[in-house]
Design a protein around this ligand. Sequence first.
Ligand SMILES: [Mn+2]
Length: 276
Amino acid sequence: MNEKEKYGSRNSSGRIGLVGLPLDIHSSYAFGPAKAPAIIRKALNCSSTNTWCESNVDSADILEDRGDLHLEAEDPLEAIRLAIDKMIRAGFRPLSLGGDHSVTLPILRALQTRWTRPAILHLDAHSDLYDTLNGNRYSHACPFARIMEEKLASRLVQAGIRTLNRHQREQALRFEAEIHEMKDWNGVPALRFDGPLYISLDMDVLDPAFAPGVSHPEPGGLSTREVIRIIQSVEAPVIVGADLVEYNPEFDFQEITARAAAKLVKELAARMAARY
Ligand SMILES: [Mn+2]
């Protein structure tokens, strides 16, 4: 098997479609993630580095850029669901650039077309399990409560979490979320899934030292290398999609966070393309 066959984007699970989701109306504190897709793309294509992933595959060979969605619609979350559904029907697995974390709910709704109830690996400082925040049930603090209520995922495994309050601990119990909290961190855990897996990566899972450009920086987080290690080592027969959300260029410094995001996009793509 040559390299192209081994890592080829046209494998049986579908090509990988890069898509930008410029939306931040469901942010609760600061706006900015709507501007993220264009800036992450710039970092991806910056000649300061190359397009290769660490696992000897060229991201340019496995990623097909489908551009940004236009989300001026009255119901942008429904517009995302429709667009992702269309991508999946066209044979793509979505790799999306957020956008705030509210985008994950419509993506999970759309995935059911082809992948019924995938497991979710959610990397974040926050569990995003609020029933509602500031009166908004579609807030970026709530997507995983909605996803679990709608039974869109078979398992919810969260890592990097370091902001649980009483309400969110109750919600985690209610939804049987499996949480790897930072307070118990003892190196990258062995993460194993028997069926299709979706990965949702909030940039604030990284320590603010590695990614200052987020709306809700939370000290005590992961290094860029630890997140890469999680992506490279997670075991699952197929990764059906992934999102990278909550990059806020308004708070970035020297494009540190944009470059970390671009690096993680490449490693997510490589992991999605790999056959296990
Ligand atoms: Mn977060």
